[in-house]
Design a protein around this ligand. Structure first.
Ligand code: NAP
Length: 248
């Protein structure tokens, strides 16, 4: 057996540690988006595969027997390629996918289907917006240049912002409710734009918005082809035919 983890998330790193503890032969793959990816105990490769056929070639050449798609729920291209590549290479695939966040009492969400709908849902009057969506999708918000945008990235941006009024916070999660409350209060944030990532590492801002009574424009997850899913590292280990040995 040799597993391939398509990673880049906290959940993927926890899974990597669990596989290492269970002595499962595995390779971890990063896209290479962040300058210093978090470390873990598995051998690592970095960079795109060259589409679905490139991934299928990699799977065959590296003699991968199981593929685990533990990428971020919004990394849709990689997830689609994983489905196609595993069909081509005839190896089983499972997605480690945390449940999306559900609205709770006190939440003021406007649910939208994608980035463009989030831009349209912004008010016309100038507003202080926490735009918590990842750097690749910022440019679409140039259509609403009247707002003051606060952005939070893992690495300092190299490029000039396409938005006229921005403040960039450089910080790596997981974040705390207290920390995000403080951040949103001191910046006088009036509205949050977020993607429904699910999980615990990124939900602090959602809890903080509820506590501050702020509206949230919540972007739904992209639709993906049907594939087997697990919600925990334990379930993935069971799928691999191993007992879970989680914890320290
Ligand atoms: P994406 O748009 O779905 O992927 C674009 C391309 O990047 C893929 O076609 C693939 O290139 C390459 N790629 C993506 N993930 C890869 C991986 N784990 N290993 C090797 N190549 C990978 O992905 P994205 O939204 O840019 O996300 C990139 C990475 O950042 C992912 O690992 C994801 O888990 C992580 N991440 C993303 C977000 C987010 O908000 N989207 C948040 C946190 C972490 P080829 O076609 O050449 O194979």
């Amino acid at each position: 057996m040799r597993a391939l983890i398509l990673g880049g998330t906290g959940d993927a790193n926890q899974l990597a540690s669990a596989l290492a503890r269970a002595n499962i032969d595995a390779i971890y793959s990063y896209a290479g988006r962040t300058q210093i990816p978090l470390g873990h105990a598995l051998p690592t490769r970095i960079g795109g595969f060259g589409g679905a056929s490139g991934l299928a070639d990699f799977v065959r050449e590296a003699r991968i027997t199981h593929v685990i798609d533990a990428t971020h729920p919004f990394a849709a291209e990689m997830s689609r390629h994983a489905v196609d590549a595993c069909e081509m290479a005839r190896v089983p695939l499972i997605a480690l996918e945390r449940a999306p966040w559900a609205q709770a009492t006190g939440d003021r969400w406007t649910n939208v289907r994608d980035i463009d709908a989030a831009v349209s849902a912004l008010p016309d009057v100038p507003t202080r917006v926490f735009l918590a969506i990842g750097r690749q999708h910022i440019a679409a918000f140039a259509a609403k240049p009247q707002h003051a945008y606060m952005l939070r990235f893992v690495d300092a941006p190299g490029e000039t912002s396409p938005l006229p009024d921005t403040e960039v916070i450089v910080s790596r999660g997981p974040f705390t409710r207290e920390g995000d409350l403080d951040l949103m209060r001191t910046r006088h944030i009036e509205l949050l734009v977020a993607r429904n990532s699910g999980g615990t590492g990124a939900r602090a801002k959602i809890d903080a918005a509820r506590e501050l009574g702020l509206p949230v424009i919540m972007i739904a997850r992209p639709e993906l082809p049907a594939r087997p899913r697990a919600e925990s590292a334990e379930e993935v280990l069971a799928w691999l035919g191993h007992e879970a040995r989680l914890g320290a």
